[in-house]
Design a protein around this ligand. Structure first.
Ligand code: 5GP
Ligand code: MN
Length: 371
């Protein structure tokens, strides 16, 4: 017999469990600086700020530069929710070039997006998603007024903005966004659910990573019950890329280096991709986001890095840990941020110089510091 969820008609909503299972209590799971979940007062302040808005208020939703599935999914899902509440002037934006990566181009709510230079300068309310610091909002940071709600799940969040809904125990920012939508009385529909599901599968690595709690699966069940198509979504977001990108991956993976002695013997595996690589294979930068998942498979290394050229002497660095090393510490030390097991920063110099800085930082961290 098929499971009752699979057999359930799409329109049948899955209720939130009366007793939501506890989130992980291991403080190391929260990241390098620990961090508390939002208080009842913080939730209430956010709900009040939104409920008190007149219908013609200008609302700006923003997420971090080079948005990933969690950033875009949270922004668009929440933006659609605000529309359902009757907000007429909802705009969403992210800093930098206003290019939506190909895998996200069929997401619901894309019509909410405006280029950063067209984002309202003085919104009545601003909401920021998945950004650990104001710097991650680039040129949109100066749009923040007295009423700014920050929805995030980075333990390294700097507590910028006015109302903080920062939950380091949440698997994705979309978990925080969905909770606020529920408190506002917004019912999940298939469009909102698709956005929030993309966010959830992105940040949980399709329910493989350590924050994949029972509550995450309960949320996934509620999202799927709206009738969205998980296989089609996953193929589009994770398992689909141009043939040129397949060949580019071959070349970039072929130059990966394994350094078993780094990080007190825990090991580092790394590779890099240049703008010239992208040009030779006629690929857009977004295709490189999936590289880290191929590199981190190397079982001989706890830490994996991909160094992606974004300018003459500028590199976007993705780091992952299997648990032995807190890569958020490394990223923060090098000017970036992230989570204990997934973090990043912008490096300067040559690729080799950027890797040398990572190696130095990994070797400097004493094993007893690690979570
Ligand atoms: P990814 O490697 O997937 O780009 O990012 C992994 C994690 O590190 C995400 O939580 C992301 O927000 C964070 N991250 C990546 N790059 C940067 C950066 O340049 N600065 C900061 N503060 N965080 C970053
Ligand atoms: Mn996230």
């Amino acid at each position: 017999m098929r499971g009752s969820l699979a057999a359930a008609p799409a329109a049948l909503p899955v209720p939130r469990p009366a007793e939501e299972p506890a989130e992980p209590t291991d403080p190391s799971a929260a990241g390098p600086t620990g961090g508390e979940s939002p208080t009842a007062a913080e939730w209430a302040a956010a709900v009040a700020a939104i409920k008190n808005l007149p219908a013609d208020a200008t609302v700006l939703l923003a997420c971090h530069v080079t948005p990933d599935g969690d950033a875009l999914g949270s922004v668009l899902g929440f933006g659609l929710g605000l529309r359902r509440l009757g907000c007429r002037d909802v705009r969403a934006s992210f800093p930098g070039p206003p290019e939506v990566p190909e895998p996200f181009r069929t997401m619901p709510g894309l019509d909410l997006l405006v280029p950063a230079d067209q984002a309202p300068t003085d919104p009545d309310l601003m909401l920021c998603f998945d950004a650990a610091s104001a710097g991650r909002l680039g040129e949109l940071a100066d749009r923040m007024g007295p009423t700014t709600i920050v929805l995030d799940h980075h333990a390294s969040n700097t507590r910028f903005g006015g109302i903080h809904l920062v939950d380091p125990t949440a698997a994705a920012t979309s978990v925080v966004a969905e909770r606020l939508l529920e408190m506002l009385g917004v019912e999940l529909d298939a469009e909102i659910a698709e956005c929030l599901y993309i966010a959830l599968v992105t940040d949980t690595g399709s329910f493989r990573f350590d924050m994949t709690t029972p509550a995450v699966h309960h949320l996934a069940a509620r999202l799927l019950a709206t009738g969205i198509a998980p296989a089609e979504i996953s193929r589009r977001i994770f398992d689909s890329r141009p043939f040129g990108a397949v060949r580019l991956f071959g070349e970039v993976l072929g130059r990966a280096e394994l350094e078993p002695s780094v990080a007190g013997g825990l090991g580092l595996v790394w590779t890099y991709a240049t703008l010239d690589d992208l040009a030779r294979f006629q690929q857009r930068p977004y295709v490189l986001e999936a590289l880290i998942d191929a590199v981190r498979c190397a079982e001989e290394a706890d830490v994996a890095c991909v160094v992606k050229q974004v300018g003459e002497q500028e590199w976007a660095v993705s780091m992952r840990s299997k648990g032995g090393v807190d890569v958020a510490r490394v990223a923060v030390a090098l000017g970036g941020g992230g989570h204990r097991l997934a973090a990043g920063f912008t490096g300067r110099g040559t690729a080799q110089e950027v890797v040398a800085a990572i190696r130095r930082e990994l070797n400097a961290q004493r094993p007893e510091d690690q979570g």
